[in-house]
Design a binder for this molecule. Structure first.
Ligand code: GLU
Length: 304
C-alpha cells in the first residue's frame, strides 16, 4: 500500500474544504485557534509512519480523552463498568440531557458528556491521584512525556460550562455520582484540556489497533475482547449524533473532539490521527472526517 502517495493526495483533496465550518466557540479559549490548519499522522503497525501538514502541532484533545478515561475505568472495573454506563448510541448531541430523565439517570454510553461524568466519578473515587494517573497512562501509551493539560482551557470551560454542571448535577440527583460536582468537573475539564499532537494520538491509538498492546511491547492494556468492545463503542458512539453518518462514510472506529481532532484505527493495520479545527454543525472536524473518508476509500480498507 502506497500510504505516502495516499496521504499526499488526501492533503490536496481536503484543501478545497479549508474554509468550511467553524471552530468551537462555546469554549472561548478554543476560539483563539488559527482555524485553517490541517494535520495527519498515520502509523502502520508494521513500523512505517506517514505524516503531512500540522501533524506535530499540539491541540486540545477534548472528547478524544473519553477513550482514555473509559479504558482506565474498564481496566479497574471490568464488565461491571456497564452497570454504571450503557453502550447504546444516543442519537443526541454530546451534551444532551433529555434521555437521562426517562432512563433513570444512566447515561447511554461513555463517549458523550453524561457518560464521561460517570466515568470521571469512577476514576475520581478509585484512584489515589486521578489527574496524575490519567496523565501518566496517556503518556505511556503515547510514548512521549511531553503531554500536558492547558490551564487556560480548563478555566475557560469552567467559566462557561453551565450545561455540563446541570448534566452532572442531574445525574447525581439519581444517586449515580458519588463525588462533589465541582471536584468532578475539575477532573473532567482537566482530561479534556490535555494537548496532544496527531503523532502522539496515533501512537496511543495503536493499542486499539493491536489487541491492547503497543507494537514491540509486552504490556497488555485491557483484554483482546475488551479492546474489541472499546472499538465497537467508538464506532457506534464516537461521533456524537453523527456516528451513523461517520460509519457510513468512513467505516473504521474512531473518536472525535471539539478541538478538531479525530483519532481512529484500522485493526491490525494502522492507527491514524487527523486535526483541523473547523467543525461541522454536529461538532466534528470537517476536514478531519473528509480525510478519513478519503483514506478508507483510497486504501479500500474498512472494517465493513
Ligand atoms: N470539554 C468539552 C465539553 O464538555 C468536550 C466536548 C467534546 O469534545 O465533545 O463540552
Amino acid at each position: 500500500m502506497d500510504y505516502k502517495k495516499i496521504i499526499q493526495e488526501i492533503h490536496e483533496e481536503v484543501m478545497p474544504f479549508r474554509g468550511d465550518g467553524n471552530v468551537a466557540s462555546y469554549i472561548p479559549e478554543l476560539e483563539k485557534i488559527q482555524p485553517d490548519q490541517f494535520g495527519m499522522y498515520l502509523k502502520c503497525l508494521g513500523g512505517a509512519d506517514y505524516e503531512i501538514g500540522a501533524s506535530q502541532t499540539k491541540f486540545s484533545i477534548q472528547s478524544i480523552s473519553k477513550v482514555f478515561s473509559t479504558t482506565m475505568a474498564y481496566e479497574l472495573l471490568g464488565e461491571a463498568l456497564w452497570e454504571f454506563v450503557g453502550v447504546e448510541p444516543s442519537g443526541d448531541p454530546f451534551n444532551s440531557i433529555m434521555q437521562l430523565e426517562y432512563e433513570d439517570g444512566k447515561p447511554r454510553n461513555p463517549m458523550i458528556n453524561a457518560g464521561a461524568f460517570v466515568i470521571s466519578d469512577i476514576l475520581y473515587s478509585r484512584l489515589d491521584n486521578p489527574k496524575e494517573d490519567l496523565l501518566k497512562f496517556v503518556r505511556i501509551i503515547a510514548g512521549e512525556e511531553d503531554i500536558h493539560p492547558n490551564a487556560a482551557v480548563i478555566a475557560s470551560e469552567k467559566s462557561t460550562g453551565y450545561r455540563n454542571a446541570s448534566l452532572a448535577n442531574f445525574i447525581k440527583s439519581f444517586g449515580r455520582i458519588e463525588n462533589d460536582i465541582n471536584d468532578l468537573l475539575d477532573f473532567y475539564y482537566f482530561q479534556c484540556s490535555i494537548e496532544m499532537t496527531c503523532r502522539q494520538l496515533a501512537h496511543a491509538f495503536q493499542i486499539f489497533a493491536n489487541h491492547g498492546k503497543l507494537p514491540g511491547d509486552n504490556v497488555q492494556f485491557l483484554t483482546s475482547s475488551q479492546i474489541k468492545r472499546m472499538n465497537a463503542l467508538m464506532q457506534t458512539c464516537g461521533f456524537y449524533d453523527e456516528s451513523g453518518d461517520y460509519t457510513f462514510k468512513v467505516g473504521i472506529p474512531g473518536k472525535s473532539g471539539v478541538g478538531g481532532g479525530i483519532a481512529a484505527l484500522f485493526p491490525q493495520e494502522y492507527s491514524v490521527a487527523v486535526w483541523s479545527p473547523r467543525l461541522n454543525t454536529k461538532g466534528n472536524s470537517v476536514m478531519g472526517i473528509k480525510a478519513l473518508e478519503l483514506l478508507t476509500t483510497k486504501t479500500g480498507l474498512s472494517i465493513f
